[in-house]
Design a protein around this ligand. Sequence first.
Ligand SMILES: Nc1ccccc1C(=O)C[C@H](N)C(=O)O
Length: 333
Amino acid sequence: MAEYPKQLHDVKYGDEHKLQTLDICLPRPLNNGSLQVDASTDDSVWIVFLHGGAWRDDSQDKAELKPALSQLLDHFSRDAPTSALRHVVGLASINYRLSGEPSDPARNGTHPDHVHDVLLALQWLEKEYGVGSKWPYMAVGHSCGATLAFQIVMDRQWKSAIPSKPALYEKLLGFAGAQDNHKQTIRPPVAVVGLEGVYDFPLLLKNYAHDPEYEGFIRDAFGGNHDVWQKASPVAGDYSDRWPDGHLVVLGQSPEDELVDWPQVDSMVKVLKEQGWKMRSESRIKEARRDSWIGGKQFFVTYLKGSHDEVWEHGTELSRTIEFSLRVFYGEE
Ligand SMILES: Nc1ccccc1C(=O)C[C@H](N)C(=O)O
């Protein structure tokens, strides 16, 4: 069996509970730090994937990336010189603590425990592979994984909403109670790619008021305080001054999604626009060339096909969106 692409499964990034594990895929050798293809680190990036499942569904985990990953690797092996994956140093898919099952230490989390685990995993990835220091990374998430992808950017808002665990924040983020973005020891991503994401909890609960499941999983994951629901929603984030590293947001949404409706995207779009982000259309990728927008902030809304979970189950939509995001980020068509 060929040594590459190399896959590492169930690697532990913490030992507090059994969901502190991640999978890694290295498409090609790291070669003492420089890559065989695209040796320039400037052209290389990590992909960090966060699965969905409403913070509670233990049938959904880091394996959500698998179908998309095999398609990405397929394209890469067929077409390495032009495949978007040639920019990718590695892909990581992260498990994190869930909520809703008080007797299980891996499923008794309340916000911000889920974010903590993701930050711990990022800290591990930085230490072991230079993710965020040697190489930038894109955070890609599905459903509540898309929520988490934004939450690792907007950390200060949820920190101030939850004063109970300041020591851990300080340890993980170098957060000294100040607004100083540069003190962070865990670098934020350069891009956030959300698919079928939950971005605005109060709006989600309003639009699905007829289905008690929604309030159920929000309460399990975030507690009963409405103020926290509002502050922890990605739409409450500051994506301008406090995210200097952020250059690209891609919001992928399927009109056929039966669990998360389009107003979630609309709400996020409104916030990004208000904060100075430029909306680009898919047909004008060239115009969005990174050279011409270094330091700029641009976002795309892309239409996906299929139901809420088909988007990752079939892999096609997830792999397509990752490839799209890489192409846009590197100014290719
Ligand atoms: N109802 C949702 C609303 C929004 C986002 C996800 C869900 C889910 O149901 C996910 C998962 N399959 C679950 O059963 O928890």
